[in-house]
Design a protein around this ligand. Structure first.
Ligand code: GLP
Length: 240
């Protein structure tokens, strides 16, 4: 596991942007695993900027997103579909048919999503944020790890943390569909970005704690190619 600390949140996220740009440059038909949340936005801004300047070509890139809320229309501006359109897909030359997100409708089929990822040849590089409770995607702390894409009931902590995007906590969907820990571990390389003081405990537990489904990100200790990029605040407990 590689761990790098940056002075600012922006620098940590830009480092992730560099890794994705390198992947796209090295392999024009890469399969990217993408994440939502406020953390990765600067990485997407960089990719858009480099695309506009002619450096990055997305015409052969395929993407699979980690997760989506259940019961939210994909046209709703708070859906992760809309987030990705706004921050990346609508601004680069990616083909619509190469974009994949799990479907948040009630009949969502996790196994079909896993099969699509496998049939595409697997994810080359997976971007991750982290929840303050150590969740990745929407894999919440639990008694066991879940392998594949599945519907999750969100914890109170996550509902509260994500309420800032909605009018109130009451409006945050109670369920989401998320790639499982197995999907994430199957990615050839994983890049996790953590910024802000409220992620410090999760970063410490992920890197120094026991590997446990109570801290879903801790499984990344076993990944052969995992890079964690943090700002000083998120790294503040990692002193010695
Ligand atoms: C959500 C997403 C996660 C993300 C987390 C942290 O719960 N499902 O993928 O990592 O939020 O979000 P933020 O980056 O806004 O702190």
């Amino acid at each position: 596991m590689e761990f790098h600390v940056y002075d600012t949140a922006r620098e940590a996220c830009e480092a992730a942007g560099f890794l994705f740009a390198a992947q796209i440059t090295r392999k024009g038909d890469s399969i990217l695993g993408l994440a939502t949340g406020s953390t990765p936005i600067p990485a997407y801004e960089m990719m858009v900027e480099w695309h506009k300047r002619g450096v990055l070509d997305f015409s052969r890139i395929r993407t699979f997103n980690l997760d989506e809320y259940v019961g939210i229309d994909y046209k709703n501006p708070l859906s992760y579909h809309a987030f990705m359109e706004e921050n990346l897909f609508g601004k680069v030359n990616i083909r619509k048919e190469n974009i994949h997100l799990p479907s948040g409708n009630a009949a969502a089929d996790g196994e079909a999503y896993d099969k699509m990822i496998r049939d595409a040849g697997g994810i080359d590089i997976q971007l991750l944020g982290i929840g303050r409770n150590g969740h990745i995607g929407f894999n919440e702390p639990a008694d066991e790890f879940t392998y594949g894409t599945h519907v999750v009931t969100l914890t109170e902590d996550t509902i509260e943390a994500n309420a800032r995007f909605f009018k109130s906590a009451d409006e945050v969907p109670r369920q989401a569909i998320s790639m499982g820990v197995g999907n994430i571990m199957a990615a050839k390389c994983v890049v996790l970005v953590a910024t802000g003081a409220n992620k410090a405990q999760a970063v410490y537990d992920t890197i120094r704690g026991p590997i446990t489904p109570r801290v879903p990100a801790s499984i990344l200790q076993l990944h052969p190619c995992c890079v964690i990029l943090a700002d000083r605040e998120a790294a503040s407990l990692m002193k010695d």
